[in-house]
Design a binder for this molecule. Structure first.
Ligand code: COA
Length: 226
């Protein structure tokens, strides 16, 4: 079975007039509503990265690219951004000093990057990990890294389906953080029958994963962070 190309693009948050100029009206409203400069920068960088990569891939002019964001669960417009009329799927994520976009043709994709933080890992593990996952995590010397790897793998899966955190992470059982990323079991309404999972290389202090709803092996190409 031929591998499916999965292009990963990394960027650092920035906020310039040429980036803001590409936002459409709804995006500009959202941009204005962010209170913190760093949230504005992560948002505008993500949309700029998406327009740049998709313009390269499709030949469309970046300022002609309009995303839909329909929610699959309600009539709202807060869902996964998509480019209508093309058999390309992309996913965006941002955290701390990282913005990432993953692009795939012919399959749904999800990505998540997480800056490792001093969250209450024991309490969060109760909420989002299965019992075997918790056992594996608590046996690890670096629980913080392990927890963020679990989280990014599961969030990438739920972003590939478009459910996001509206679906429970405890319905997903993934391989231990120090083993190659793999879905071991997944039940519930968000569960996908065919899925590939991979850890990405966001650099020290971050965890990141990509999920693609396909049975084909993934060929991942990561552009390094400038
Ligand atoms: C999608 C979600 C998991 C992202 O959470 P996060 O960790 O804060 O943010 P990340 O940086 O990893 O990802 C954010 C990006 O995901 C994308 N995104 C938004 N909703 C998405 C969804 N449902 N599925 C996939 N991707 C989504 C967007 O590109 C967004 O960034 P942008 O708006 O700046 O372009 C979270 O927003 C969520 O769970 N949304 C759905 C919530 C819900 O309850 N929906 C049902 C309502 S009826």
């Amino acid at each position: 079975m031929p591998a499916l190309e999965c292009a990963v693009h990394w960027a650092r948050p920035a906020d310039g007039p040429e980036m803001r100029a590409l936002l459409d009206e709804r995006e500009r409203d959202r941009y204005e509503k962010f209170l913190r400069a760093e949230d504005k920068a992560r948002f505008v960088t993500g949309r700029f990265l998406a327009r740049s990569v998709l313009a390269d891939r499709t030949g469309l002019a970046p300022d002609r690219i309009r995303f839909t964001t329909d929610c699959p669960l309600c009539a709202g417009t807060h869902g996964k951004p998509r480019l209508p009329g093309h058999d390309l799927d992309f996913s965006l994520s941002h955290s701390g000093d990282r913005v990432v976009l993953v692009l795939v043709e012919g399959a749904e994709v999800g990505v998540d990057v997480e800056r490792e933080s001093d969250r209450d890992i024991v309490r969060l593990a109760e909420m989002v990990l299965t019992e075997p996952e918790r056992e594996a995590l608590f046996a690890m010397p670096d629980r913080r890294r392990g927890f963020h790897t679990y989280w990014s793998r599961k969030e990438a899966l739920l972003k590939a389906t478009g459910h996001g955190l509206a679906a429970p992470m405890t319905a997903i059982h993934v391989s231990p953080p120090d083993a190659p990323a793999e879905v071991l079991a997944w039940h519930g309404e968000a569960a996908a029958a065919e899925v590939r999972l991979a850890d990405l290389t966001p650099g020290p202090g971050y965890a990141a994963s990509a999920a693609v709803l396909t049975s084909r092996p993934l060929k991942i190409t990561e552009t390094p962070l400038a």
